[in-house]
Design a protein around this ligand. Structure first.
Ligand code: SIN
Length: 291
């Protein structure tokens, strides 16, 4: 749909100027705020290509002060592909393409409160997600952390990179949706699929560490103890390396757009008993994650 740049970063850093806008980076390698764009207006092809390019460069884009209806939100997402229907939608009423992300004093959990990549239990997980937050906790808090999984791979030693390169892992929807959220599975159960532990980003070609605490149940072919130890080591690498992260501080009317093929995120529930509300639209991926 979009022309892909070669994805190589210039030695002096990632660019911040595009043909139709500029961005302000949140860290040197992940996350940028896009200036001067109104997502409620139809995008020109040039603007859409620039957003795509900035998204490839920065992995996570933040758009502030957007007045969006659901139709605007979905129309923007459709510029990047078909809309995804979340596996837990079978138990919700309402628009199947809109995932409500609502937390109040009565919530038993907050969706995404732990490092994960969205819906990796699917055979073809979403390629990206757009979360539009309209209510933030009045006391502050409720930020979302994002992690750069290309850098996570890059920071591993070469012997570890080589070892992981031959492995596949099982990603099981029952883990979060039943285990954490206590939801009733649909007929036939939640999706469960295998993906390589190291994938290659289909557009930039960069290697990606592709296991996540939310969905990955085990590594195929290892003993239970070996698989647990290896996954725990990789999760600790993500948990304990702030250099991988970028922090989005939400203000009402902020939309973020993340590349689900090379990031993880963690919605921080540090605002109980206050509330937070947003709606997420995800975009269907184009192919199975591949090594
Ligand atoms: C999610 O998409 O996992 C929720 C993220 C958030 O609420 O910040």
């Amino acid at each position: 749909m979009f022309n892909t740049r070669d994805g190589q970063r210039a030695a002096e850093g990632i660019r911040t100027t595009y043909r139709t806008f500029e961005v302000n980076s949140l860290t040197p390698h992940i996350g940028a705020e896009v200036c001067d764009i109104d997502l409620s207006e139809p995008l020109s092809n040039e603007q859409a290509q620039d957003i795509h390019d900035a998204w490839m460069d920065w992995k996570l884009l933040v758009f502030r002060e957007q007045e969006l209806t659901r139709e605007h939100h979905k129309a923007f997402a459709r510029r990047f592909g078909k809309l995804h229907v979340h596996p837990m939608q079978h138990q919700y009423r309402g628009d199947p393409e809109i995932l409500k992300v609502k937390t109040s004093a009565d919530s038993a959990y907050t969706a995404g409160d732990g490092w994960h990549t969205d819906v990796t239990c699917d055979e073809i997980p979403p390629l990206g997600s757009m979360l539009y937050v309209t209510e933030t906790p009045e006391c502050g808090g409720g930020d979302t952390l994002f992690a750069d999984m290309c850098l996570a791979y890059e920071l591993l030693s070469e012997p570890m990179q080589r070892f992981l390169g031959g492995l596949t892992a099982v990603h099981d929807g029952a883990l979060p949706y039943v285990g954490s959220y206590k939801s009733k599975p649909p007929e036939g159960g939640y999706p469960r699929n295998e993906h390589p532990v190291v994938t290659r980003h289909p557009e930039t070609g960069q290697p990606v560490l592709y296991v996540n605490r939310g969905f990955t149940s085990h590594i195929v072919g290892l003993s239970g103890a070996e698989s647990r130890a290896l996954l725990d080591m990789l999760y600790r690498h993500i948990d304990s390396t702030p250099r991988l992260w970028c922090r989005v501080e939400w203000r009402p009317k902020t939309l973020t757009f993340w590349d689900n093929r090379c990031t993880q995120h963690h919605a921080v529930w540090d605002y109980y008993p206050h509330g937070r509300y947003g709606e997420r639209v995800s975009i269907v991926g184009e192919a199975r994650p591949a090594a």
